[in-house]
Design a binder for this molecule. Structure first.
Ligand code: AMP
Ligand code: MG
Length: 324
């Protein structure tokens, strides 16, 4: 198994930074497209890119934020606060120029077609959850020849708001979960073996602009599931619960075809965990997710299951789509 230890450490530090931001500094600026972004996004991306630079200096990086956004969208006061927070969490001095260099570490020029090894980073996935003190994760994944083969997800609220948080990671087809706060013996990730439709547990987004609740409820009904056995959660922590065997289905059906594309970093880390745990991830046609463009997925919808129920769920999705 490749050595993920430097990245596990960086994700732990990132979670500390996120908590600090939530406690003291919560502010938001508006990115184009009006997605809320907090100073935590930049701080976390800087910490993760620094770790990648040290551990895997030759790998490419595709990350949600950039030094340019940092310079243009963040006030000088907030840039200074991020810099101070990152320095405090790392326990070493740094400055804005170094933060900016970390933010763009490994970045490929626009339009670069790249195979080989590249890391995808979503520094704070589930920003809306983060701002509302619900679920969010710190997520990164390695793509090798366009396939997610390794990942780390830090989920501070995995065991509840006051719990220790979870660190989930996978490489070489094997996944583990351990307490974020205390470490301890890692447990193997394994999907649940439930197949009885009435007992299947579903997960979906909180934000109704991200997916159609109505279409997803019709799929669950078509599959013979209890439509009320559903938990709404922000971020790709949904994937983590499938990988940990605590739910069997995560559906992401856009409200309309041709809507906003799925971003690769919202799926590659979660997908690596689910695959390592024995589950399955495809689009609504049952086709593999296509990460080759780097930033956006070339697929309609995402279907994540424990594997055992995958064909039945795809059949239910197709039946619902045919009705429309
Ligand atoms: P979730 O919390 O699972 O709903 O997913 C959060 C992710 O949804 C964010 O990281 C965004 O990339 C993505 N997102 C934001 N707005 C939209 C939208 N209008 N449609 C689909 N996905 C979105
Ligand atoms: Mg995200």
């Amino acid at each position: 198994m490749m050595d993920l230890a430097p990245l596990l450490h960086a994700v732990r530090l990132s979670a500390v930074l996120c908590k600090e931001v939530q406690r003291h500094h919560i502010t938001r600026s508006e990115k184009t497209g009006s997605e809320p972004v907090t100073i935590a996004d930049y701080g976390v991306q800087a910490i993760l890119c620094r770790a990648l630079q040290q551990a895997y200096p030759n790998d490419a990086v595709i990350a949600e934020e950039s030094a340019r956004q940092f310079a243009e969208l963040v006030t000088p006061e907030d840039r200074q606060r991020i810099t101070q927070l990152v320095a405090a969490v790392l326990g070493e001095s740094t400055d804005e120029a170094e933060i900016s260099a970390w933010l763009d570490h490994g970045r490929q020029p626009e339009g670069t077609v790249s195979a080989g090894r590249r890391w995808l980073i979503d520094p704070v996935d589930g920003t809306k959850g983060f701002l509302a003190n619900r679920h969010y994760v710190i997520a990164l994944a390695l793509l090798e020849d366009d396939q997610p083969t390794a990942a780390v997800i830090g989920a501070p609220h995995f065991y509840g708001e006051d719990g220790p948080g979870a660190l989930l990671y996978a490489a070489a087809g094997v996944g583990y979960v351990q307490s974020m706060a205390t470490g301890g013996v890692p447990q193997r990730l394994a999907v649940s073996d439930r197949v009885e439709p009435k007992h299947l547990r579903a997960m979906e987004s909180v934000d109704k602009s991200h997916a159609s609740f109505e279409r997803m409820a019709r799929v669950r009904a078509a599959a013979g599931m209890d439509v009320n056995l559903v938990q709404r959660m922000d971020s790709q922590e949904k994937y983590a619960h499938i990988a940990a065997g605590e739910a069997e289905l995560y559906l992401r059906l856009p409200r309309r075809p041709g809507g906003r594309p799925h971003m690769t970093w919202d799926h590659a880390p979660g997908m690596a965990l689910v695959l390592a745990a024995g589950g399955k991830v495809t689009d609504v046609d049952g086709s593999p997710l296509d990460f080759s463009s780097g930033r956006t997925l070339n697929n309609h919808g995402v279907v994540v299951t424990n594997g055992h129920i995958h064909d039945a769920i795809i059949a239910a999705v197709q039946a619902v789509l045919r009705e429309e």
